[in-house]
Design a protein. Structure first.
Length: 423
């Protein structure tokens, strides 16, 4: 084609730069050849770009779902964790002399602090060796559960934890003030003890002491380890087992939204104005730090998957392009005979592989965005996708195609024209 153009120019008397004529390859011709190479083999082209589609789609989906999940973490953190304060009993310098720094009126004192919804003191009870939790006073009928934690918890703990009762209800200030032997247990513990209903007022035995089960819970908003524990009133625990022994007491405080930091500053002084150093408040963690930590963990895990998919896609494009070079050796020889240079052949196959990568990138971007939107709709979330990511994803597919086509294009350019025409 280049020689024909040169002959026509010479017949018209137009000066011709022979070197320039032989090396010219219009961009429009290059793009049309690339599109023709893809369209002529549609099935192969689709399968070739599939790896890039998966890789880019995974890239968009990972970043989009990570950002969306991080936003939801912020929301849930503000609703629950950001409204939770823990007060620890350290005892200060008098820790050995003062085993329990929380006063008996700790629940009421903390409830009077502005912004506090509920608060309660709790600690784990140490049972004597050989003692266990049973649903029968004699023997191990119905299965003793010696590993079940027993927690002394004031009524405020039940209110602050936000439990969901499947049967019965929690104990209250009346049970606490009278030292009643009552208990609230989790549904899993109730099943292990063979307690199916509270209509018969079942009792459990902690050691040799009977406690009437007044409530069974199956979920809590805060402090989920309570689901695996047996909770009894603080006053009853102190009467039978005394103050905390293995670990010091803590207080669980639920606050209004936005009040947690202020409550944490005031808690020690409100509870022990005479010795505020006996107590230490732990405010909620920074939600931004939590979001970044979760986002980084998820991002690193799934981006590795996206890189693997892109690598597979690049290998697929390279393999298919190399096969196409071997199949089109005759065509390459004919183009070289008509004046095409080595770089023209290189550009032609690079353009085809880049076009496959670009198509895969655009398709993968669309699929990845659809996945993010679909998951968000199902979970009733707000989808979060960075516009810069959407803009960069097709370019990532294009770069993958270019890199994959480098070796096949180099092989095609090094085929001698005479050998190519002989095949």
């Amino acid at each position: 084609m280049l020689n024909l153009r040169r002959d026509r120019a010479e017949r018209r008397g137009t000066p011709v730069d022979r070197g320039a004529g032989r090396s010219r390859l219009a961009t429009r011709d290059l793009l049309s050849e690339a599109v023709a190479g893809i369209v002529q083999r549609p099935a192969r082209s689709v399968l070739t770009s599939l790896g890039t589609v998966l890789g880019v789609g995974a890239f968009i989906a990972v970043l989009g779902l990570t950002g969306t999940a991080a936003a939801q973490i912020d929301t849930r953190f503000n609703r629950l964790t950001a409204t939770e304060v823990t007060v620890e009993d350290t005892g200060g310098r008098d820790a050995d002399r003062v085993p329990l720094a929380f006063p008996r009126s700790a629940d009421a004192r903390m409830a009077r602090v502005n912004g506090v919804e509920a608060a309660g003191v709790y600690w784990k009870i140490r049972l004597a060796p050989g003692q266990s939790v049973r649903s029968s006073q004699v023997g191990n009928a119905n299965g003793a559960v010696s590993q079940t934690p027993v927690v002394a918890a004031s009524p405020g703990v039940l209110a602050a934890a936000g439990p969901h009762y499947v049967q019965g209800r929690g104990y209250n200030a009346f049970h606490e003030s009278h030292g009643d032997s009552v208990a609230v247990i989790g549904s899993a513990t109730a099943a292990r003890l063979g307690i199916l209903t509270l209509r018969t007022q079942p009792a459990i035995f902690i050691g040799d002491t009977a406690f009437t089960v007044v409530g069974i819970i199956d979920d809590v908003e805060r402090k989920p380890d309570l689901l695996l524990s047996i909770m009894i009133p603080r006053a009853s625990a102190e009467r039978i087992w005394g103050p905390p022994q293995d670990e010091r007491a803590k207080m669980l405080v639920s606050t209004d939204l936005g009040a947690a930091a202020q409550v944490a500053e005031e808690a020690a002084l409100a509870l022990r104005p005479d010795h505020p150093e006996y107590l230490r408040s732990i405010p909620p963690a920074d939600p931004k730090a939590l979001r970044n930590a979760v986002g980084n963990d998820l991002g690193q895990l799934f981006l590795l998957l996206a890189v693997v998919c892109l690598f597979i896609g690049a290998v697929g494009i390279a393999n298919t392009t190399l096969v196409a070079v071997m199949e089109r050796i005759g065509e390459i020889g004919l183009r070289r005979a008509l004046g095409a240079r080595s770089r023209h052949i290189t550009l032609q196959f690079l353009a085809e592989s880049a076009a496959l990568g670009l198509v895969g990138g655009v398709t993968g971007t669309s699929l990845g965005t659809a996945v993010v939107v679909g998951v968000s709709l199902q979970k009733e979330w707000t989808p979060v996708v960075d516009p810069l990511t959407l803009a960069a994803a097709p370019a990532l597919g294009l770069a993958t195609g270019l890199l994959a086509g480098l070796y096949p294009a180099w092989r095609a350019a090094r085929i001698p024209p005479v050998d190519a025409l002989r095949r």
